[in-house]
Design a protein around this ligand. Structure first.
Ligand code: 5GP
Ligand code: MN
Length: 327
């Protein structure tokens, strides 16, 4: 019975009730944080602070340079305060499983876990699981809670939520940029969200090193499956050559996916002894299902995984997983 009730999706009222009942919170973002995991957690954190709650932000990896303009990011840390109350609620944003928080997060009792997400195939690991797969971003999911909490949406909260919408829709370009997503964005702009700043910081301004790295990735681009599949890689040598770092690889996979005739793209990132793979699809092939074969996850059109083995083995395994999904 317990398993049955805990595996259901919680109602907005239940989650709002839980948030009201607790006094301390840890907003947890996933490893290699993006605009959605951070924007969603920061927005809810700001709202809870307005209600007089104590809020901490846990993030195993540093906040990427292009997201440091967001409010509260200076408080995101890898350690938790020693005096954290034992009934603090850990709020996991934008992760299909709690392991995405990373190994530095201390063990958390399921009773103290709230899972807020929009991924397909969320493992429903929390006491409460507020997973709305039809929402464009986890921030859009959080918006329902902010309405339920009746917290006024100020400029900072609006900017955090608009960041989640813009990053997860690829600047309103992906298929999840629905009419509802655009309506939400309009509402957030009316609340003072700074769309110009988000656009400049996240989408327009690039480090020169990142652009040089993109050039190298494009040089290494390969095509297979009659031109429907494009893949490339980045390794430590390419980073050293261009002066770029792992953060500068964000988004380059979309350039590969955008090549004429390409349905699916993969970028293999062999950095510091780990191989991370980013997959993108135009909607013909389900890359979330392909990633899942290899222990990863994500969305139908955008997914990722960590591969254990050599780069050549990763190329082969990902190819096979994509073929199994119809590539
Ligand atoms: P990206 O390629 O931008 O790193 O990730 C694309 C999408 O896949 C994001 O929604 C991200 O949360 C998800 N994702 C990336 N890597 C993993 C992974 O290792 N496991 C799971 N479950 N999801 C992932
Ligand atoms: Mn997301």
């Amino acid at each position: 019975m317990i398993i049955e009730s805990s595996s259901r999706i919680a109602s907005t009222a239940d989650v709002v009730g839980e948030l009201r009942a607790r006094s301390s919170f840890v907003m947890v973002s996933h490893v290699k944080p993006d605009g959605d995991t951070l924007g969603a957690g920061l927005a809810l954190g700001l709202a809870l602070k307005k209600l007089g709650k104590r809020v901490h932000y846990f993030g195993q990896d540093p906040v990427p340079r292009n997201l440091r303009f967001l409010p509260e990011t200076e408080f995101v840390a890898r350690d938790l305060p020693p005096d954290l109350p034992s009934d603090a609620l850990f709020v996991f944003c934008d992760m299909s499983d709690f392991s995405r928080a990373g190994e530095f997060l201390p063990a958390v009792d399921r009773e103290n876990m709230l899972d807020i997400d929009h991924h397909l195939g969320n493992s429903l690991f929390g006491k409460l699981n507020y997973v709305l797969e039809t929402e464009c971003s986890t921030g859009a999911v959080v918006m329902h809670l902010l309405r339920g909490l009746e917290v006024p949406i100020d400029r900072d909260i609006a900017t955090c939520i608009l960041t989640t919408v813009m990053t997860d829709t690829g600047g309103f370009m992906h298929s999840n940029a629905s009419a509802e997503a655009l309506e939400l964005a309009a509402e957030l702009m009316r609340s003072g969200a700074n769309k110009e700043e988000i656009t400049e910081e996240i989408f327009l301004r690039k480090r020169v090193a990142a652009t040089r790295l993109l050039g190298r990735i494009i040089e290494e681009m390969r095509f297979d499956h009659s031109g429907h599949y494009c893949y490339s890689f980045v390794d430590d040598a390419m980073l050293a050559q261009t002066g770029a770092d792992g953060e500068d690889t964000e988004d380059t996979v979309n350039t590969l996916r955008g090549q004429d005739g390409v349905d699916v793209a993969a970028l293999f990132k062999a950095i510091e002894g780990e191989i991370r793979v980013s997959l993108r699809s135009n909607g013909r092939v389900n890359v979330q299902a392909a990633a899942k074969h290899l222990g990863g996850g994500g969305h139908f059109r955008a997914a990722g995984l960590t591969f254990r083995g050599t780069l050549e083995e990763a190329f082969g395994a990902v190819d096979a997983a994509l073929v199994a999904e119809g590539l």
